[in-house]
Ligand binder design. Structure first.
Ligand SMILES: NC(=O)c1ccc[n+]([C@@H]2O[C@H](COP(=O)([O-])OP(=O)(O)OC[C@H]3O[C@@H](n4cnc5c(N)ncnc54)[C@H](OP(=O)(O)O)[C@@H]3O)[C@@H](O)[C@H]2O)c1
Length: 316
């Protein structure tokens, strides 16, 4: 089978093609076996996410290419009762996801309803959970104003829709370039701001932040009194407690993996809810495009250069 692996170069130079030190190598590999509680999936679509691209950029050792996958179960490991061969499933795979066959833990797997394409399923199954979870963590009240940063990303596009559907009064999208404005407006944003704008159009009751880092300071300053910022980005950053104090504001961290491992029942509930929201037309995955698996470096470059409009999906 075809598998894409990350290889670290002896000399750590940055390659524009894959956005970080090292390279993505296409190779022939043996089909893996499903272990205890695992499913072997014939992969039909793979989601590429910023956290993976970022790990490559940061260098260090080789990166295990994880991501969300969707496909058909072709074998089940010992102890599996919830799924059978032939089922269509989607879920988060922590390693070796960039391949024609991949192993998925049953705890991570969600049955894909009939009529949902594999591409839509990967665009939804992780980003949708992050967007929905972050929205819930913010406890958005009807009529409140919501700012979504990295609004054109896989998570951001769905966070905009969650805010809209949740009854927010004013939904504003923050993006890095004017080229993304029409795209985020079409997904429900009332207004669009750019990170470098002096005025972000606040104050906001809620900020759903997918950027972090240096953007955290202006974001916290854009919060209204009693405002909540949900930090779900892999961008890190530091928050000044004084900036929170003077606004009576709070920052709430959110990580999907922590919920999946620490609160599996909540994770399973959200997964079911996700398909319900999709069937109702409340959540519509926005896909930048389908890129052949062998061209994974091109998919990474799109994200690295911040040019993607919606979820970037690889297809074997
Ligand atoms: N907490 C969790 O469980 C969880 C899970 C998955 C993803 N996330 C986070 O959600 C955010 C969006 O991820 P995603 O997978 O949805 O993104 P994606 O679809 O891969 O889109 C990437 C977009 O994110 C924006 N971005 C923000 N900071 C960036 C940076 N430092 N470098 C490059 N692009 C950056 C860019 O849009 P702009 O240039 O317009 O900002 C870029 O186009 C990320 O911060 C990611 O770490 C969190």
């Amino acid at each position: 089978m075809l598998r894409i692996r990350h290889e670290v170069h002896e000399v750590h130079e940055v390659h524009e093609a894959d956005g970080g030190p090292g390279a993505l190598i296409a190779e022939e590999a043996a089909v893996p076996a499903a272990g205890d509680g695992e499913l072997l999936i014939q992969v039909e679509a793979i989601g590429v996410t910023l956290p993976t691209v970022r790990k490559l950029r940061e260098g260090g050792g080789p990166v295990t290419l994880g991501g969300e996958i969707a496909g058909r179960v072709v074998a089940t490991g010992p102890g599996v009762t919830a799924h059978a061969v032939g089922d269509r499933v989607a879920g988060l795979c922590f390693a070796d996801a960039y391949a024609e066959f991949a192993v998925l833990r049953t705890a991570m797997a969600s049955r894909v309803p009939a009529g949902v394409t594999a591409v839509d399923a990967v665009a939804l199954v992780r980003s949708g959970l992050v967007a929905r979870g972050a929205h819930e963590a913010a406890r958005v009240e009807p009529g409140e104003s919501v700012l979504v940063t990295a609004a054109a990303s896989g998570v951001g596009t769905l966070a905009l829709q969650c805010a809209r559907a949740g009854g927010a009064g004013r939904v504003v999208a923050a993006v890095s370039s004017p080229a993304k404005a029409d795209f985020v407006r079409a997904l429900g944003a009332d207004e669009v701001v750019h990170y470098e704008d002096a005025d972000w159009g606040g104050p906001y009751d809620v900020i759903l932040d997918g950027v972090g880092g240096e953007l955290l300071t202006p974001a916290v300053r854009a919060l209204a009194t009693g405002g909540r910022l949900v930090a779900y980005s892999s961008g890190g950053g530091t928050v000044d407690a004084y900036e929170l104090l003077v606004r009576g504001a709070s920052v709430i961290g959110f990580q999907m993996r922590a919920i999946a491992t620490g609160h599996p029942e909540r994770y399973a509930h959200w997964q079911r809810d996700l398909w319900r929201l999709h069937a109702a037309g409340t959540l519509r995955p926005a896909v930048h495009g389908e890129i052949p698996l062998a061209e994974a470096a091109r998919a990474h470059a799109l994200i690295e250069q911040r040019r993607n409009l919606g979820k970037v999906v690889l297809v074997p």
